[in-house]
Design a protein around this ligand. Sequence first.
Ligand SMILES: [Zn+2]
Ligand SMILES: [Zn+2]
Length: 501
Amino acid sequence: MTSNISSSHFGPGRRLGLVLLLIAVCSTPGAASSDPLRILIVTGQTDMAYHDWRVNVPFLRGVLANTGRFEVRVLEEPRGLTREILAGYDGVVLHYNGPRWGGAAEQALEEFIHSGHGMVAVHGVSYGPFFGYRNEDGKWVPSGAPWPGYSEMLGMSWKTENIGHARRGVFTVKWVDRQHPIALGLEPSFTATDELYHKMDLKPGAHVLATAWSDPAAGGTGKDEPQIWNVPFGQGRVVHITLGHDLTAMSQPGFLAAFARATEWSASGAVTLPAQISAWPKPAKDAARVLVVTGGHGYPAAFYTLFEGYRDVTWSHATSPSEAFKPGLRDRFDTIVLHDMHNELGEKEQVALREFVEAGGGIVSIHHAIVDYTSWPWWHEEVIGGKYYEKAVEGHQASAFKEGVEITGVPTKAGASHPVMRGVPPLVLDDEAYRGMWISPKVTVLMETDHPLNDKPVVYIGPYSKARVVYIQFGHSESTHRNPGYRTLVHNAILWTAHSM
Ligand SMILES: [Zn+2]
Ligand SMILES: [Zn+2]
């Protein structure tokens, strides 16, 4: 299919050598099994009234990427597909329902699979290029002449009058070939909340891997309908998964396992992935364990997003000192993020927190936590190295704040080479100015401002020697929490104080 070399150009020996070489190349797609398999998700149009590729494709991409087994890219314009583009991939995931692509692109995909690569086709691909599709206004547009190879690749056809499914609901999908690498080691069945496609005509070459009983009470056929099958196409492997109507459907553990393992099998001919596939990034084994402490002062909910989406951070949340500071903290956490505001801290809590930092547990104090624990001078003098005074006390005037101020923070010379400032540019933030604080001469300032309503240091390392301590003054507003440079700063501070960087 891919070669126009005729036997007249080569003697029989040369030709045999070429054939053996091709077999050797084709039998090791993705090279060593530890190398990531390169997957191209082909999309850009779906039956928009029901399936939104803009929502679904990032999800599918994340599922594959989270396994660590795949390197995934997305093609949003299939009409531009060429043999050269596909040469960089081991397999394709098809999430497309729309007009035909034109001869060159269609042939490129056919040749790609035919020559020994893989494809997984998901859910709504099952009718578009055969018959037509719904455009963005919900109008049905006929496809004209169907793409003949498409039906062969998917191992099915679907008569127009048969296109349909039982009412969306919960049903059981049974693996019927449990020895197939995709199903091997999985539970005999799984639960779907999905559309149960029915009345599809499978090609003779299709090998059914999983079925589901279609309940007539929900508008089904009363039969076991094929849900997942594989079909050879030349030297290649295609798996069709009829499931995956929306994000809820695709979040089911059974779908996740079937999809990720089918993608690996179709692209490599083998399955190494586990039975449990996560829809979100799983934390690394050595992720920094963080306790986030709030209470005593309000804050935008966007604050929580500072801890989400990282593989190197796991976090728990405590909303009061008594909930947060208990004996044995250091066994459970590598660093504590303080975003609370309490003048008093009970004796038991002081003991637990002191034990934690004396055992090397890190501290990241953010914004209004600089008011913390007035009744415990050791904390702000020896550990944090700073203090905001709500009221004047003997020897110190009251500090002052102003919300809604544009403040610029610039890395200092010490900051420029410090791990906490890695990748943090000068920040321009709509935040809250603090002025008239006490700041220890023993702190190391990493970022400062020359705003007249603010004290000069805005990010510094505390004086404490037994643990790593960082104070970050910014953090009042949602726009700060969502600022990429600020997010990097907080993330760095967590990793550095946790001894993870
Ligand atoms: Zn659907
Ligand atoms: Zn504030």
